[in-house]
Every structure is written in structure tokens, then in C-alpha cells.
Design a protein around this ligand. Structure first.
Ligand code: NOJ
Length: 510
């Protein structure tokens, strides 16, 4: 693998390990389960897989609260299993990317415990600050989930900073020893054959050390929020807690630590100004690509699609996606749940001008089942229950087969699997007209006929987006009404008969 360079805009398949396939009967997916299904993933026609965290973790944030960045969670396997997974993926021509969560660790990480104890080596590994004279928090910063970003530690008589939950203390990435640790982590995984990294919450890695208050967001900044103003975080202008002056330059460190040839894709969770930040991160080759939550959170409308193109000078280096482990599956949220619309969204992704992220199960046209509160473990869903983002529902394990626990596990699945009949991978595999086979066709088409994704021209006309590439012309009709088009398309998500129906897309090769 490493001697073959990455495509400029790869198609990356995201696997949430706990929910992909269980080989031990524990009810939780594991690394060997992923390996057992890599052939299926390769057949889909993707360039790479991205594994969400599989590291030791108390699972206070679905594994994004890491206790040891250089081990495998015992419930998910061993380092030997990981090596086996990488070898099998490479045999199949699939590159392996893993999540690197460098913004924070778990409170259970030995580094944090030593920092709390003021061990001189670890004293400054995290972001500690004294209270204001009246005992309140050092500044007005908020966590991205809503509550204040500071939690009191009575042992140190100080507050610690956290961009997410209080179980995820933020690391002090300006500390040279922390930097050396992160470099070691990246090299450890590169040595095991990893080809690239998805950098979690990349925009939060650096903040202004003066810890100044953030000003309120101007109406203009608030307008640019990815979704609704659901959390107070969007009410601030993140002038000081998100990539300050030297923040973008800092990204070059990640590039250096990752070593030659690694593909780095960054997750921008800044809430507002997101596309602008993503563009700055990819400028000068810092990150290979970056993606924001705008398209999924704005329910994949033509306006949202056009807004991203409007605000970016380099759409080829953005990541295009609709679903993830953090979002309600798009087919039910932005669509009507039908196979027809699943094909439309598949075509939208397959024709996108940059890297594409596909979340496990969207190739089956899944609409996520409702979960009872008692089953939910996700901190964000629970904080706003029942009005949260529905992150846990997107993690309901994968339906490989019909009956029983759908070929996911022989035990009791860690989340209820209330999938309808007839949607499993085994059924769709042999049905020529299935959503699964449309994803395969659409990705094969992108690979064979749309190699040059330089966007020559694009336009939005109401609910219709038209994209012009050197060798292909794409029409995406997000609206309900049919639009006139000329001639038979080379690929379409629905039947074309002089018109392209509503909620459909098509591509013509030149
Ligand atoms: C983004 C991850 O995708 C999400 O699941 C997590 O809660 C936050 N980063 C914090 O790590």
C-alpha cells in the first residue's frame, strides 16, 4: 500500500467498530469482526476505511474518551488482531485510516491522573487554570456540548478545560512533552501499517493561552452556524478557544508527526465559520482534507450544498458526507426514507468534488430505529433527551443478515437492533435493484469515469445544482418538481424521460 500514493479525493468508509460485527458473542463488535467483512467493504469500491476509536476507554463518549492511545480495548481485540486487519485490508487494496483524538484524553488516562497529582512531568499536560477571585470559572468558554468548558478539581484547587464532556480533559498541545507523545503515537500506528488519520476536533487543538473571554457572536457569525442554534456554544464568536493566530500553522506539526504519504483528514466542529476554517486547514497542504458538519446539519438541501461551494475556494479538498456516528442517519433526517432517495444521496456523494465519507450502513439505505432512553449511553443524546441529535441511534449495529441478531452477534447486541425485515446486506447483495448495488455502481462510476474532479463551473437554480467537471456534467435535483434535461444520462438515481424527476440526480459523460 504505502508505495501507491493516495488518490487526491478518496472515498473513505467509516466503521464504528463496536457496531460493525461481533465474533465473540459479547454483543459488541470487534476488530476480527471488521476483518471478516473487509471483502464486502472492498467490493463497495472504496479507497480506504476509517476506524472510529478502538482504544481502551471507559466509554463515557463512545470511545472518544481514550485512556491509552497505543492499545486496543480488550473488548475489541488485541494489537495482533489490528495487524491482521491492516494486512487483510492491504491485500484487498483498501487503505486504513484511524481516528486520532489528540484534543483530549479520558480522565482515566494515566497522564491525567498524574497531572491531577501534580507530578512535575505531567503537571502541564492539561489546561489548568485558577478560579477567578470569586471562585467562578476562569473565563466564559463553553463546551461544544453546551455546558461550561471548565470543571473544578478539588485536589489541585483549579479548573481544567474541556471542549466536550468533563470526562474528556483537553490536552495542552503547546507543551513540548505532549507534542513528543503525540508524535510517538502517530509513528506507532504508522509502523503498524496505518495509511492515514482522521483528526478528531482538529479546530479545537489550539486556543489562546491568555484565556480571554470569547465575544458574543455577531448576527452574521450566528447565521453561519452549521445547524440550529441548539447549544449556547453557537452564541459565541470563538475568537480565543478555536485556532487562534498561530493555530493554522500548528497543523503543520500533525503533518510532520504523521510522516510521509499519510492522508490527514480533519474534523471541523467549530459551530460557525466552519467552511472558512476548513479551507484554511487544507491551504498549503497542512491537512489533506477537512470537513464540516454543514451539509448533514442543514439537512442536505441545495442551499446548503451551494453555501459550501460559495464559501470555499478549494472544494476538492473538502470532505463531503451525510451520515456518521455523530448524526441521525441522513435518509430519515434529510430524506423520506425511501430507496429512491437513498440512491439520490448516493449519487450526490459519488459526484462530489472532494473526498467522500460514507458511514457504515448508509449503503443499505438505513433509517435508524428509535431507541428507548434506558438503552442510550451517548452523553450528548442523554443531555438533551429526547431532543438530542440522535447520535446513539446511528450506532445501532449493522444488519448483515435476516433473523436473529441479524448476523451481527450470536449474543445480546449492545444496542437493540430494531431493523425492519428485508434490509440486510445479504438480501441486498443478491438484489440487482438494491440500494447496496446502486452504491457499488455509483462508486465504480466515480472511479472509472470521474477521475478529474476539478470543478470547472457550478450553479444553483432554486433546488437544482449543476456541476461541470472536465469529463462529466452532473445535475442534482433536490426539489420535488421534475426538471428538463437533455438525453439519456450515463448514470442516474432514477428514470430519466426528457426530465429528471424530483429528488434525483444524474451524470452525463462528455
Ligand atoms: C467528534 C467525534 O466524532 C464525537 O463522537 C466526539 O463526541 C467528539 N469529537 C469529542 O471527541
Amino acid at each position: 500500500m504505502p508505495d501507491r500514493p493516495w488518490p487526491a479525493a478518496p472515498v473513505i468508509y467509516q466503521i464504528y467498530p463496536r457496531s460493525f460485527r461481533d465474533t465473540t458473542g459479547s454483543g459488541t463488535g470487534d476488530l476480527n469482526g471488521i476483518t471478516s467483512k473487509l471483502e464486502f467493504v472492498a467490493d463497495l469500491g472504496v479507497d480506504a476505511i476509517w476506524l472510529s476509536p478502538f482504544y481502551p476507554s471507559p466509554m463515557k463518549d463512545g470511545g472518544y474518551d481514550i485512556a491509552d492511545h497505543m492499545e486496543v480495548h480488550p473488548a475489541l481485540g488485541t494489537l495482533g488482531d489490528f495487524d491482521h486487519l491492516v494486512a487483510r485490508a492491504h491485500d484487498l487494496g483498501v487503505r486504513v485510516m484511524i481516528d486520532q483524538v489528540f484534543n483530549h484524553t479520558s480522565t482515566e488516562a494515566p497522564w491525567f491522573k498524574r497531572s491531577v497529582a501534580r507530578d512535575p512531568v505531567y503537571d502541564d499536560y492539561y489546561v489548568w487554570a485558577d478560579p477567578k477571585p470569586d471562585g467562578t470559572q476562569p473565563n466564559n468558554w463553553l463546551s461544544q456540548f453546551g455546558p461550561p468548558a471548565w470543571t473544578w478539581n478539588h485536589k489541585r484547587r483549579q479548573y481544567y478545560f474541556h471542549n466536550f464532556t468533563s470526562d474528556q480533559p483537553s490536552l495542552n498541545l503547546r507543551n513540548a512533552d505532549v507534542q513528543a507523545e503525540l508524535k510517538q503515537i502517530m509513528q506507532f500506528w504508522r509502523d503498524r501499517g496505518v495509511d492515514g488519520f482522521r483528526i478528531d476536533a482538529v479546530t479545537s487543538l489550539l486556543f489562546d493561552p491568555s484565556l480571554k473571554d470569547n465575544p458574543p457572536a455577531t448576527p452574521e457569525v450566528r447565521d453561519k452556524v452549521s445547524g440550529e442554534n441548539f447549544v449556547p456554544y453557537t452564541y459565541q464568536d470563538h475568537a480565543h478557544d478555536i485556532l487562534p493566530g498561530d493555530g493554522v500553522d500548528y497543523i503543520q506539526n500533525l503533518r510532520d508527526w504523521a510522516g510521509e504519504g499519510a492522508f490527514l483528514i480533519g474534523e471541523v466542529t467549530s459551530g460557525n465559520k466552519s467552511v472558512d476554517l476548513a479551507c484554511r486547514l487544507v491551504a498549503d497542504g497542512g491537512m489533506s482534507a477537512a470537513y464540516t458538519t454543514d451539509l448533514p446539519e442543514k439537512k442536505a438541501t441545495a442551499a446548503a450544498y451551494a453555501d459550501i461551494l460559495d464559501r470555499s475556494d478549494d472544494p476538492g479538498h473538502l470532505g463531503w458526507w451525510l451520515s456518521s456516528h455523530d448524526q441521525t442517519r441522513h435518509l430519515g433526517k434529510a430524506g423520506d426514507g425511501s430507496a429512491r432517495e437513498a440512491r439520490f444521496f448516493a449519487l450526490l456523494l459519488a459526484t462530489a468534488p472532494g473526498s467522500v465519507l460514507i458511514y457504515q450502513g448508509e449503503e443499505l439505505g438505513l433509517v435508524q430505529p428509535a431507541l428507548p432512553k434506558a438503552a442510550v449511553t451517548d452523553p450528548l443524546d442523554l443531555l438533551y433527551w429526547p431532543d438530542g441529535p440522535g447520535r446513539e441511534g446511528a450506532r445501532v449495529p449493522y444488519p448483515w443478515a435476516e433473523g436473529g441478531n441479524r448476523g451481527f452477534t450470536t449474543g445480546a447486541p449492545w444496542l437493540p437492533m430494531d431493523w425492519p425485515e428485508g434490509i440486510s446486506a445479504s438480501v441486498q447483495h443478491i438484489d440487482k435493484g438494491s440500494v447496496l448495488n446502486f452504491y457499488r455502481d455509483a462508486l465504480a462510476f466515480r472511479r472509472a469515469s470521474m477521475q478529474d474532479l476539478t470543478l470547472r463551473h457550478w450553479e444553483r437554480d432554486g433546488d437544482v445544482i449543476r456541476l461541470s467537471y472536465p469529463a462529466a456534467y452532473v445535475v442534482l435535483n433536490f426539489g420535488a418538481e421534475a426538471v428538463e434535461v437533455e438525453g439519456a444520462a450515463d448514470l442516474s438515481s432514477d428514470r430519466i424521460d426528457g426530465t429528471l424527476p424530483g429528488r434525483a440526480g444524474a451524470v452525463w459523460l462528455r
